[in-house]
Design a protein around this ligand. Structure first.
Ligand code: RRO
Length: 329
């Protein structure tokens, strides 16, 4: 049996190495200032920052959140300080924390993504750039680039060309498409080194007292355990067609067991998002639990477990004590 000191928990995206596969999910921890009160940010794989736009944005009208069965809807609308203030304040602060940093970017046009990439190119201390082409809360659904293979490719090609070869690019995709593998193939051939799967699903709540949409922006992005099977399915499908491409899996992860499910589906890393709102230490809890599960199931490294569910031979799973696995939940 391996133990905590010999087990290799590290993961890689492009040429960047992370000591653990646990990431914050973009948008759920801003730039990490609040989370840093609860644990040292350097102890997780990386902080993935809230998607940053070129200019400061106030976001959508309130209310911006709604509770839903086993989840929540958000309609933030890319509120944020804009790239200048972000580079002046957030990045230097994250560096004082010794955090690994994945910067998430969001543009309204293909050119805006390239301009953002140019701004990041020479900034030291950035481990990767997450290119968010799947925000559901944009004014015009035509701006959800990840719903269209041609637009997805154009954004990623532009960022790749601008940012050069030194910083890995992770494309964040939407589950609201007929075939997510088609978009995944397109962005990878355009130069993405990894994929974040999945962004929120477009949803809606109507207030039955007012008889009107609850959210100021009417529709919002659905997250939390309600979407976990959709996310696991997306990771499984994409890993099947692109087995060498690192995937960061996310969608309703609350425990090490949930994270393990994503790893088995084919994720090389996992992000915790919505769970942070209820438990700011959730990501540390998931990290410790996932490591324990992997060791107890006899894996010598995280990478050995990535995509295990795709193996046809189930005897390995039995040897690893599948009979005694805790109940699904
Ligand atoms: O800011 C948002 O409303 C938002 C974004 Br950018 C996103 O990518 N996903 C989401 O659920 N909300």
């Amino acid at each position: 049996m391996h133990n905590a000191s010999t087990f290799d928990f590290s993961t890689k995206i492009g040429h960047t190495w992370f000591p653990t596969p646990l990431f914050t999910a973009s948008g759920c921890a801003s730039s990490g200032k609040e989370l840093a009160q609860f644990f040292p940010l350097s102890e997780i794989g990386a902080v993935v920052t809230k998607s940053i736009a070129l200019k400061p944005r106030l976001g959508r009208p309130t209310p911006r959140m709604a509770e839903t069965p086993s989840g929540m809807l958000n309609s933030i609308g890319l509120q944020g300080p804009g790239i200048d203030a972000f580079l002046a304040d957030d990045i230097p602060w994250l560096m004082t924390q010794n955090a690994r940093i994945v910067v998430s970017i969001s543009g309204e046009t293909v050119d805006e993504y390239s301009i953002l990439a140019r701004r990041l190119r020479s900034v030291p201390g950035i481990s990767a750039v997450e290119v968010n082409i799947s925000c559901p809360n944009v004014e015009n659904r035509g701006l959800v680039f990840a719903c269209d293979p041609v637009s997805s490719r154009a954004v990623i090609e532009g960022v790749r060309r601008t940012i050069g070869g030194d910083i890995p690019i992770i494309a964040k995709l939407s589950p609201d498409v007929t075939d997510i593998t088609e978009i995944a193939r397109e962005v990878v051939s355009a130069g993405a080194d990894g994929l974040s799967l999945i962004n929120t699903l477009l949803g809606m709540v109507i207030n039955t007292q007012t008889m009107r949409p609850h959210l100021g922006g009417k529709t919002g992005g659905l997250s939390g355990p309600a979407i976990r099977p959709v996310a696991v399915r997306a990771v499984y499908q994409v890993h099947q067609v692109l087995p060498k491409i690192p995937i960061i899996g996310m969608g309703g992860i609350r425990s090490g067991r949930d994270a393990f499910e994503f790893i088995l589906a084919g994720a090389s890393g996992v992000s915790v998002g919505t769970a942070i709102f209820g438990n700011p230490r959730a990501i540390m809890d998931v990290q410790n639990e996932l490591k324990e599960i992997l060791i107890s199931r006899g894996f010598a490294s995280l990478s050995e477990a990535v995509g295990y569910a795709h193996r046809e031979d189930s005897t390995g799973a039995l040897q690893r004590g599948a009979d005694s696995e805790e109940s699904e939940g």
